[in-house]
Design a protein around this ligand. Structure first.
Ligand SMILES: *Cc1c(COP(=O)(O)O)cnc(C)c1O
Length: 395
């Protein structure tokens, strides 16, 4: 199946695509998994071969069988024309944006975009004469009023990082295309199991493969999946920038992808259980989870998504920093750190000061971001209950 990188013509179910695509045991002495290929030089046998340049691999920077396998799986899941594996989620964001713009153009970025993506736009794109404007993530079809003739790309992330507002991807795609702009969607939260941006009109879908695809907090990767129309520029940009992802990392992404559907289902169930339980707890002001009916964008979630991820926010009643410290410092099971998507639960206090520019975060209280892993749900609830008691006592 390795030569068939385009789309998912056989219309395999996602579960079957995850288990059977991206590997070809016959090419590897019958071993089930494609091994780690490490290599820069690829050899040519004759001058004719060198001149023809039609071998499957020419030089390791453009990929190897291990990276190819991952690209084939992700491409089938997203329903793209082609997919590229990249060294990180941030690399996927930067390559996707750079593939759409040149000096004098403008990019629109949602105000709740993953922060390093904003920093790339502010500190780097601006240097090359590309202007950046941020938009209210809940702007919906109103985005067409922000689009100017210079707007060439819109970056959306739904739900967005840290605050989980949803975005109307269908309306954005329509507005972008009417004006000749391209829509890039960061689909890391839901994964292609539960949301398909290309079907809603997006031009490029990117993932922080580091999170759900890898699933074990032990490797970095990103992916960018494009329509046929966007593929040429995307691949040219990656090539010119020299991005390469090692076979070692690719092997770990492939290993993670094999169990993505069952992991996502478990993450979803556990996260929803804990999120709805939290809604009834005394210290809780609100829970930011789009699959809960209390979420302001729940209707949009129900319209476009078939499931939800592991990650959500919870706002606790206002209290000083000492309460936040009392909450996180003595957690027994939840641990504190960046990233998410692994088997282990995480709890991160979030400070939004200075991050938002269009829609400053006005909510009172302390925001925590939770990633729900595979510990026993009752154990996790007990850990959170004890933390909320300490939080209240320290006020
Ligand atoms: C983590 C993350 C990224 C960046 O991924 P890295 O692999 O850490 O570079 C991009 N988008 C979202 C939504 C993320 O959570």
């Amino acid at each position: 199946m390795s030569d068939n990188k385009s789309g998912n013509p056989a219309k395999l179910s996602i579960e079957t695509a995850l288990t059977h695509l991206g590997r070809s045991p016959d090419d590897h002495f019958g071993f089930v998994n494609t091994p780690v290929y490490r290599g820069s030089t690829v050899l040519f046998k004759t001058l004719d071969d060198l001149d023809a340049q039609n071998q499957r691999f020419l030089y390791g920077r453009a990929g190897n069988p291990t990276t190819d396998g991952v690209e084939e799986i992700v491409n089938a899941l997203e329903g793209g024309y082609r997919t590229r594996l990249l060294p990180s989620g941030v690399a996927a964001i930067t390559v996707a944006i750079l593939s759409c713009v040149r000096a004098g153009d403008e990019v629109l970025i949602c105000d709740n975009a993953y922060e390093p993506g904003r920093q790339f736009a502010d500190d780097f794109l601006e240097r090359f004469g590309v202007t950046v404007r941020y938009y209210d993530p809940r702007i919906g079809a109103g985005i067409s009023e922000l689009i100017s003739p210079r707007t060439k790309a819109i970056l959306a992330e739904s739900p967005g990082s840290l605050t989980f507002e949803m975005q109307d991807i269908r309306a954005f795609a329509e507005a972008a295309h009417a004006a000749g702009a391209k829509l890039i969607v960061d689909n890391s939260w839901a994964s292609p199991l539960y949301f398909k941006p290309l079907e809603m009109g997006a031009d490029i879908v990117i993932h922080a493969g580091t999170k759900m695809f890898v699933g074990h907090s032990d490797a970095f990767a990103g992916t960018a999946t494009a329509t046929e129309e966007r593929w040429g520029e995307l691949e040219l940009t990656r090539r010119r920038l020299g991005f390469f992802t090692s076979g070692d990392e690719a092997f770990l992404v492939a290993r993670g992808l094999r169990t993505l559907s069952i992991r996502m289902a478990e993450h979803q169930k556990r996260a929803l259980d804990i999120a709805s339980w939290l809604e009834g707890q005394p210290e809780v002001v609100s829970v930011l989870h789009p699959a809960l009916p209390s979420h302001p964008d729940h209707a949009l979630f129900k319209r476009d998504f078939t499931g939800s991820g592991s990650l959500f926010g919870v706002i606790l009643a206002p209290a000083p920093r000492a309460s936040v410290a009392a909450f996180v410092d003595q957690l027994q099971l939840f641990t504190m750190g960046y990233s998410w998507g692994g088997y282990e639960s995480l709890c991160l206090p979030v400070n939004l000061k200075g991050i938002r520019t269009v829609k400053p975060w006005m909510n009172e209280g302390n925001l925590f971001r939770l990633h729900i892993g595979f510990e026993g749900v009752d154990d996790l609830k007990a850990d959170l209950s004890a933390a909320m008691e300490r939080y209240a006592r320290a006020r």
